[in-house]
Ligand binder design. Structure first.
Ligand SMILES: C[S@@+](CC[C@H](N)C(=O)[O-])C[C@H]1O[C@@H](n2cnc3c(N)ncnc32)[C@H](O)[C@@H]1O
Length: 354
């Protein structure tokens, strides 16, 4: 039997287990969790899901331009630290470091932060030349960081945090739990989550509901503290709080490139994700002192920051196979209905202390 299933069954014998706790066990159990296993779960090669990074370097190239603009705005500091929590295989850092050029590249130091053993191994390979040259470093999730000027950025970090689904039945809230006979919605007090959801809706309808990430404030605070000045940027799957409530956001399971709602099956052997509540993420950043908060579709963000006409013209000189790959990468990130319209980019800015 799946070892996580066995330990969960012992707990189920004592009573229902909230879905968020099942998600935490499935992803982060120190030995068997999906993100703590030795073998990497990512990518196209027979694994469970892919991210924007599997599609090509365009996200990293655009990020390089966006971070260079932040570096300019900060007055071209001699060191610009870019911390990436949830950095996985380090591909976004690799693409960023590869694309950065000129004096900005000389200032840029990339910090990869992710305790997944498989992620760290893959990142050591992907970042090898940059690690050797002192332009990148791997840091642990609990390693204290010296204050820095630069950026904190992430791709699909927040959707991998354990989250609890809640539903409004017209008169009361229910939360999703796992019982010995399967998942159920059971009445419970939503506490702070209920206050937040009610404040985000003009009037809740039966069936409305969303996901509540208990760990969000602590993580956002921990990432904000060392960033003395600069950009906070998060690319993730999700929506505004009101839209999540209206659609009844729930947990999703990704297994072998199929997506379904069977979050309680194949624990530790499938990826689980929850939509990111961008309204709440922005509110947490505001509480940490960030300003200029916004979140837009990834496709719009790419078009705002990447010189697509110039890139398109330059790609004409590439060998055909490479040109097609770049074009496909661009279409995936910019056409309606594809990845670029399913993901959002949140930005917040912290001014240097005067
Ligand atoms: C969905 S994966 C995304 C990986 C990578 N960014 C990508 O796009 O391929 C989420 C990653 O977040 C990491 N993670 C979860 N909580 C974290 C935390 N508090 N600090 C740093 N990394 C975390 C997990 O170990 C996992 O590798």
């Amino acid at each position: 039997m799946n070892p996580l299933q066995a330990s969960l069954e012992a707990r189920l014998a004592r009573g229902p287990v909230p879905a968020a706790e099942v998600m935490a066990l499935a992803l982060y159990d120190p030995q068997q969790g999906y993100y703590r296993r030795a073998e990497g779960p990512w990518g196209f090669d027979g694994k469970d899901y892919y991210t924007a990074l599997d599609l090509g370097p365009l996200l990293g190239q655009t990020l390089a331009l966006r971070l260079e603009a932040a570096w300019e705005r900060l007055g071209r500091p001699p060191r610009f630290t870019a911390l990436e929590p949830g950095a996985g295989r380090g591909w976004l850092g690799r693409d960023l470091l590869t694309a950065a050029s000129g004096p900005f590249a000389e200032a840029l130091v990339y910090l990869h932060r992710d305790d997944s053993p498989a992620a760290r191994r893959a990142a050591e390979a992907a970042l090898a030349p940059f690690l050797a040259g002192g332009r990148a470093r791997l840091v642990g999730e609990s390693e204290p960081l010296e204050p820095f000027v630069g950026a904190v950025f992430s791709n699909e970090l927040f959707d991998a945090l354990p989250a609890q689904p809640w539903r409004w039945d017209g008169t009361a809230w229910a939360r999703e739990v796992l019982t010995a006979s399967g998942p159920e919605w059971q009445p419970a007090d939503p506490g702070e989550a209920g206050t937040w959801f009610a404040a985000q809706s003009d009037g809740l309808e039966p069936g409305d509901g969303s996901v509540w990430c208990e760990g969000l404030p602590g993580l956002v605070h921990g990432l904000s503290v060392p960033l003395r000045a600069g950009l906070f940027l998060a690319v993730d799957y999700g929506e505004s709080a009101a839209r999540l409530l209206a659609k009844g956001a729930d947990l999703r399971r990704f297994k072998a490139h199929e997506v379904d709602g069977k979050w309680h099956e194949d624990l530790g052997e499938a990826d689980l994700t929850a939509d990111v509540d961008f309204t709440r993420l922005a509110a947490r950043l505001a509480a940490e002192g960030f300003g200029e908060l916004s979140h837009v579709e990834l496709s719009r963000w790419i078009r705002a920051h990447a010189p697509l006409d110039a890139w398109g013209a330059a790609w004409l000189d590439l060998p055909e196979a490479e040109r097609l790959k770049r074009t496909e990468n661009l279409l995936q990130l910019t056409l309606p209905g594809l990845m670029g319209s399913r993901f959002r980019v949140l930005e917040g800015w912290r001014e240097p202390a005067s």
